[in-house]
Design a protein around this ligand. Structure first.
Ligand code: HSE
Length: 301
């Protein structure tokens, strides 16, 4: 009558694929423990690791709100008692899919607790609703890889055509989180509504090139394609030392460098872990010289 689920952090956009591409990392991630209780209703027992920032009110907390939505659709909300413990192992507002990891862990947990009435794919619409509650927009590029693992492509907007993309052996991500808070809601407001056709052509060439590169394990093509000419120029101003970090990454062996999700975390992709280790260490040293604390994570994709 109890389950414990871990869901990983995710790097949305994969630099060039705004709102459509994303990948999961090994760590960090969030954990949900869920228990059946005699008393009816869905309750949050405790939240750890959020610095007191997340609501305990089951209607306002994204995890419990999504669990309630699912129970309601199954027609059993009034008949069941569920208690939730949420343990956050990653910072909120970091661009690492923090809310997605919690939501995915919560939905996976309730489904398991009930004996899996839904197929994993059928949890996806609830995960997307969780994103909408968390940041005002229901994009699936964090929840899809958090639920499915690996690299995912979200095709078709609201139709939710989720496509798994193969992960080349040796593809690594070095992530640095400079400790400034950038809420996704704010980072989305900065983006221009209209884009130039020439930029669109460059960007969709990059997305197609990246996907082809991933299928062929062509690291040259992956490196050339992971560039964002549309979103990065608008969002870079929210991230301290962005262009210096980029220069450090690209001169120390990274395949590419960009914003993780909506930032402020940044990601350096590399072939093998070494370049990711070197680049993240150098970026941290630079940030520290500027008086900015940071965390780093290096993980296979
Ligand atoms: N694709 C989203 C964005 C990810 O860049 O705003 C953030 O959750």
């Amino acid at each position: 009558d109890k389950v414990r689920v871990f869901a990983p952090a995710t790097v949305a956009n994969m630099i060039c694929g705004f709102d459509i591409l994303g990948f999961a990392v090994n760590e960090p991630g969030d954990e949900v423990k869920m228990y059946r209780s005699e008393e009816k209703g869905v309750r949050i027992r405790s939240i750890e690791g959020d610095g007191g920032r997340l609501p305990l009110d089951p209607d306002r907390n994204t995890v419990s709100a999504c669990v309630k939505m699912l129970l309601s659709d199954l027609g059993i909300l009034a008949d069941i008692g569920v208690e939730i413990e949420l343990i956050k192992h990653m910072p909120i507002g970091s661009g690492l899919g923090s809310s997605s990891a919690s939501t995915v862990a919560g939905l996976y947990a309730i489904n398991s607790l009930l004996g899996n009435p839904l197929h994993k794919d059928e949890l996806m619409p609830y995960c997307v609703e969780g994103e909408r509650l968390a940041c005002g927009h229901g994009h699936a590029d964090n929840v899809a890889p958090a639920l499915m693992g690996g690299i995912t492509l979200v095709r078709g907007g609201s139709d939710l055509d989720i496509v798994k993309i193969p992960v080349p052996q040796d593809l690594y991500a070095g992530i640095v989180f400079p400790q400034v808070d950038v809420p996704t809601r704010d980072a989305r407001q900065l983006i221009k509504e209209k884009i130039l056709l020439k930029d669109a052509v460059t960007q969709w060439g990059n997305i197609a090139g990246l996907v082809a590169g991933l299928f062929q394990s062509d690291y040259g093509l992956i490196s050339r394609s992971m560039q964002d000419v549309i979103i990065e120029p608008s969002r870079a101003i929210l991230i301290p030392e962005f262009y210096t970090m980029k220069e450090i990454a690209l001169t120390h062996g990274a395949l590419s460098f960009g914003i993780s999700g909506s930032g402020p975390s940044v990601v350096a992709m590399s072939q093998g872990p070494e370049a990711a280790e070197v680049v993240t260490a150098k970026i941290q040293a630079h940030l520290s010289e500027k008086g900015i604390e940071s965390f780093k994570y290096v993980s296979a994709v």
